[in-house]
Design a protein around this ligand. Structure first.
Ligand code: GLP
Length: 257
């Protein structure tokens, strides 16, 4: 495994969420103008709940920060109940003091969509780059919507989703047929340029993807494994997501509760 990744293991998902939220809160307090990279999916919901609570208790302010989300489904507009823009409004933005024009989510319905991908990259650069990026991980090791086989230097683009990702995400839709087949996603190259990355994973269904990312060499079939090629990467796991790590890796990890 790489020795560059800091691994933290919590006994459960709630404690893992608190740990990640506390890192984000500390970073925001230290730099109120921080540029945050944000993620969707089931995993970060608890993180956002803790950040909302801190903001509502007036211990934290997002007023000056800027956020960039990782991805969006192609074909779902901001008002669609399964669009990632909608997810972010409901789970975070509607409950904190961030001005909406400082929140960026890729546009899934703009035409031509390819131009908007280049614009998204330019916007990130113009904001000074992402200081702190939150990531989840797919069961197949994807990060954002960069599926196995994706170019490790890839930039924001339109990508196809694998059958396993469509099946995994069908739980959020009325039927699997409603899950979009394409998405706009930051590329692995875009993600790797963030100054610091926190990947959070909880649950036994992520254990294999986590082990594959952390043990062995970077591998194109494991997009998350490219995170081991750089400094300033933290994996925050619960025990179930850490279950398939080697003994040596577990020993190098920090228990956080
Ligand atoms: C989705 C998202 C990813 C997310 C992953 C895991 O497809 N595009 O950004 O990290 O799948 O989602 P969850 O946290 O719901 O397991």
């Amino acid at each position: 495994m790489s020795h560059q990744v800091e691994i933290r293991i919590a006994s459960n998902a709630v404690n893992a969420s608190k740990n990640v939220a506390s890192d984000f809160a500390t970073a925001l307090q230290a730099n109120p103008k921080i540029v945050l990279g944000l993620a969707t999916g089931g995993t970060p919901v608890g993180v956002y709940q803790h950040l909302v609570a801190l903001c509502q208790a007036q211990k934290l302010s997002f007023r000056q920060c800027t956020t960039y989300n990782l991805d969006e489904y192609v074909g779902l507009g901001p008002d669609h109940h399964q669009s990632y823009r909608h997810f972010m409004q409901v789970n975070l933005f509607d409950h904190i003091d961030i001005p909406t024009n400082q929140t960026f989510v890729p546009d899934g319905v703009v035409n031509p969509i390819e131009d908007s991908c280049a614009d998204y990259e330019s916007s990130i650069k113009a904001s000074g780059g992402i200081d702190l990026q939150l990531l989840g991980i797919g069961e197949n090791g994807h990060i954002a919507f960069n599926e196995p086989g994706s170019d490790p230097k890839g930039r924001t683009s339109v990508v196809g989703l694998t059958d396993s990702t469509i099946a995994a995400n069908a739980r959020f839709f009325d039927s699997i047929d409603d899950v979009p087949r394409e998405a706009v996603t930051m590329g692995i190259g875009t993600i790797l340029e963030s100054r610091r990355v926190v990947l959070m994973a909880t649950g036994g269904n992520k254990a294999e993807a986590v082990a594959r990312a952390l043990e062995g060499l970077p591998d194109i079939d494991s997009p998350a494994s490219f995170l081991t090629t750089r400094e300033n990467v933290i994996f925050v796991l619960d025990k179930d997501a850490a279950a398939k790590l080697s003994d040596a890796t577990i020993q190098s990890a920090k228990e956080i509760d």
